[in-house]
Design a protein around this ligand. Structure first.
Ligand code: NDP
Length: 456
């Protein structure tokens, strides 16, 4: 019997923390997890899940438009935004109950409150101290906003998911995952959306052609994307009036809501890390080795607080690998190569492996296969939309290095292709695969000739 209260004490009940705690509990470890907000963390309560529910809800406007071409006669559809938000809330409540039950089933003790380290084996929550052999930091991240005058008038994704009414005009600062996803939600819901980007396009780091295709589609849907522009200050006109935004080139912009989607920072402050000797990077992320161990031998960290690949499935994999290592005598590391990802913009983007630009840097010769086409549904619906699918291939070995897509169902499709790419499938393997007709996905296995021109 251990001298500690617990074998594992986890701070933070988000995706990574819950995954590690449950797996550890299933192996018979005595586990506690503390959480100051709602169980489920960013993904379930303030991110992936509510966001995707709003994407589904808002996107019906496009389905109604498309239906007309197929002979449907509809009145004027109208979105009852508060009802959508209430339905989303009810679903989050249901999920929270499931999470609570899962923790209970795995015999994990849930402690409410914010945890902080007292020493390498002690955590304090709400004035009570608990000792543990191993401690896991799984506190995730939080939205960050630059400090400009009037920034308090802006909201982050946290509040954007809970707006009690739909603003008529929304300005979004930042063109990363969150910026383009919310642009799609508000635009489809009927708001007038303007994006302000400090760079030259959305989704920096993604394949250039994919970024361009997405921006074209977003503009075609009526979203204004202003590039190379910086917001200097914000002021509210009267108590309930619109917001006045002063841009760096002197222009004034008026809006009803201002959403900052300028990145997230690791939630590592106030945890007592420094005092205990847990090393952090300058951005506040916890330094860990390939087994998620921090600079203190019995303290670990997983997920966004380590600021590596900030995606839920990665945090879950890290959490489970840690529990396997500590409590099942099965040392595991997480393979971070070829992690597929999707952006639930309108239309969605999904990608796995290298972009064309990364492949050109890493390989002497590559082939790029691209298809742009009008999806079948758009023929009769009359929607002027083009899907882009793209494969990046190492010319020497024929191995497919990356697959990218902009278009409906891209996330579903790329998830399947991610298996092929993980298995190092070659272009010949893709060519030898029968397509499913008629689908957009068959384009991935029917692209015959590499593109001749080179996109820089
Ligand atoms: P991102 O880092 O993806 O994007 C931040 C955006 O804000 C970029 O366009 C960046 O511009 C811009 N920006 C940063 N600082 C400033 C500033 N001071 N002024 C103006 N613009 C600025 O962050 P997000 O907030 O969109 O998302 C955070 C993370 O959450 C993602 O990286 C991802 O890991 C995760 N996430 C994943 C999702 C998914 O899997 N579908 C969905 C949502 C979030 P520039 O390009 O010039 O740097």
């Amino acid at each position: 019997m251990s001298d500690f209260d617990f074998d594992l004490f986890t701070i933070g009940a988000g995706s990574g923390g819950v995954a590690a705690s449950r797996r550890a509990g299933e192996y018979g470890a005595k586990v506690a997890i503390c959480e100051e907000l709602r169980v489920g963390g960013t993904c379930v309560m303030r991110g992936c899940v509510p966001k995707k529910l709003l994407v589904y809800g808002a996107s019906f406007s496009e389905h109604f438009e498309d239906a007309k071409g197929f002979g449907w006669e509809l009145g004027t559809p109208k979105l009852d935004w508060p009802r959508l938000i209430a339905a989303k809330e009810a679903e989050l409540d249901r999920l929270e109950q499931i999470y609570l039950r899962l923790l209970q089933d795995s015999k994990v003790e849930l402690i409410s409150g914010r945890g902080a380290l007292v020493d390498a084996h002690t955590v304090e929550v709400a004035g009570k101290r608990y000792t543990a052999k191993h401690i896991l930091i799984a506190t995730g991240g939080w939205p960050v906003r630059p400090t400009i005058p009037g920034i308090e008038h802006s909201i982050t994704s946290n509040e954007a998911l809970e707006l009690d009414r739909l603003p008529a005009r929304v300005v979004i600062v930042g063109g990363g995952y969150i910026g383009v996803e919310f642009a799609g939600i508000f635009n489809a819901a009927g708001a007038q959306v303007t994006m302000l980007l400090r760079g030259d396009n959305v989704l920096r780091g993604f394949d250039l052609e994919i970024r361009e295709r997405l921006a074209e589609e977003m503009r075609a849907r009526g979203i204004t994307i202003e590039t190379e522009v910086v917001l200097r200050s914000v002021a509210r006109d009267g108590e309930d009036g619109p917001l006045k935004l002063l841009l760096d080139h002197g222009e004034m912009l008026e809006t009803d809501a201002l959403l900052y989607a300028t990145g997230r920072a690791p939630n590592s402050a106030g945890l007592g890390l420094e005092a205990v000797g847990v090393a952090c990077n300058p951005d506040g992320s916890v330094v860990v080795n390939e087994r998620n161990r921090t600079s203190v031998a019995n303290i670990y960290a997983v997920g966004d607080v380590t600021n590596r690949i900030n995606l839920t499935p990665v945090a879950i994999a890290e959490g489970r690998a840690l529990a396997e290592t500590l409590f099942n005598d099965n040392p595991m590391t997480v393979d971070r190569r070829d992690v597929a990802t999707a952006v639930f913009s309108r239309p969605p983007v999904a990608t796995v492996g290298l972009t064309e630009q990364q492949a050109r840097e890493q390989f002497s010769e590559i082939d790029v296969y691209c298809a742009r086409f009008r999806p079948m549904k758009a023929t009769i619906s009359g929607r002027n939309e083009r899907v882009l699918v793209k494969l990046v291939v190492d010319k020497r070995t024929d191995v497919v290095l990356g697959a990218h897509m902009v278009g409906d169902d891209a996330p579903e499709l790329i998830q399947g292709l991610a298996v092929a790419i993980k298995c190092r499938a070659t272009k010949r393997d893709f060519d030898a695969t029968m397509g499913i007709h008629p689908t957009a996905g068959e384009e991935f296995v029917t692209m015959r000739f590499p593109r001749l021109d080179k996109v820089e």
